[in-house]
Ligand binder design. Structure first.
Ligand code: PHE
Length: 345
């Protein structure tokens, strides 16, 4: 019996030593130390021993059991430690790896241009006004000296919703609305950026939906020279101090006189190229002195008050400023196009 116990101990210790993982170790523990294990089996034969031998054998059995279980415990600890070491090694972080860049968005080029123009005019004391995109025929046309049937309505092909309601074709209705709100009292000094809609076929320079920025100043003694000075400041701030402006006579029903403003072409320096179509000048905006009829319809005394107005297209300005050759780029949201206007990269 004594021998059998020693044998079992040696066998068990050898197996423990070779165990390669915690699962295997547990199986060894169950098979040697469990109730159905060989040690229990050996001890069952104790009844046959003499009373002197029995305590000795009992003590030996306990010794064997302790030796096996402490060997198991040691092995358990070292296997656990190895597992932790392995996990640490496989999960180690290489602190010398470069970080992953955080992707940031950027303002749309049109938003940038609009905000730049807004800032410029806010700096000159203008307020920013807004108006509805779904507009009454009255504000879009009639209050701007374009009665029903006026031939100049054809200049702006419109999306009508009903006979009296349409998508605004320009931001000028905000002029009429702002004047009406002031109830005949100046000064009025606003700019109004916003979307406008026209029944145009989309191509490189036309879009059925685009933006405009309207400007309106009404007060006593506002003169054409104030308009010219304002536009000159705007053009130089926006396109560079070396730019010249010129005003050409034009026609808008809501301004009299009406003008169009050109700036000198930067690409050819005024000599003439394909962008300025050989003229050396590039058209930027429409403007003029507010027509007395527009003032009167909104409740202003046109003998006391005068004013000027202008309207420009931010797309066109952005295209000239950034060298963009197709207006559709602004609306197709190609990330490769938009990313070029990031200030952070
Ligand atoms: N509303 C005009 C257009 O869309 C532009 C303009 C605005 C002209 C204000 C004169 C004064 O063509």
């Amino acid at each position: 019996m004594q021998e059998r116990l020693k044998e079992l101990q040696a066998e068990a210790l050898a197996k423990v030593e070779q165990a390669s993982d915690l699962k295997e170790l547990n199986e060894i523990r169950v098979s040697y130390l469990g109730k159905k294990g060989p040690i229990t089996e050996v001890l069952k034969g104790m009844g046959k021993l003499s009373s002197e031998e029995r305590p000795l054998m009992g003590a030996l059995a306990n010794e064997v059991r302790d030796a096996i279980s402490s060997a198991i415990e040691r092995k358990h600890n070292s296997l656990e430690e190895a597992a932790i070491q392995q996990k640490l090694a496989s999960e180690s972080i290489d602190v010398t790896l470069p970080g992953r860049p955080v992707k940031t968005g950027n303002h749309h080029p049109l938003t940038r241009i609009v905000e730049e123009i807004e800032d410029l005019f806010i700096g000159m004391g203008y307020a920013v006004a807004e108006g509805p995109e779904v507009e009454k025929d009255y504000y879009n046309f009639e209050a701007l000296n374009l009665p029903k049937g006026h031939p100049a309505r054809d200049m702006q092909d419109s999306f009508y919703i009903t006979e009296e309601v349409l998508l605004r074709t320009h931001t000028s209705p905000v002029q009429a609305r702002t004047l009406e709100k002031h109830q005949g009292k100046g000064p009025v000094k606003i700019i109004c950026p916003g979307k406008v809609y026209r029944r145009d076929n989309d191509d490189a320079t036309h879009s059925h939906q685009f933006m405009q920025i309207e400007g309106l100043v009404v007060d006593e003694n506002i003169r054409m020279s104030d308009l010219k000075g304002t536009l000159e400041v705007f053009a130089k701030k926006m396109f560079g101090e070396d730019r010249e402006i010129r005003l050409r006579p034009s026609f808008f029903p809501f301004t009299e006189p009406s003008v169009e403003m050109d700036i000198t072409c930067k690409i050819c320096g005024g000599k003439g190229c394909s962008v300025c179509k050989g003229t050396g000048w590039i058209e930027i905006l429409g403007a003029g002195m507010v027509h007395p009829n527009v003032l009167e319809m909104a409740g202003f005394d046109s003998k006391k008050y005068t004013g000027f107005a202008f309207g420009m297209g931010p797309e066109r300005i952005a295209m000239l400023k950034y060298g963009i050759d197709d207006i559709r780029h602004f609306y197709t949201n190609d990330i490769r196009f938009l990313k070029q206007f990031s200030v952070t990269e």
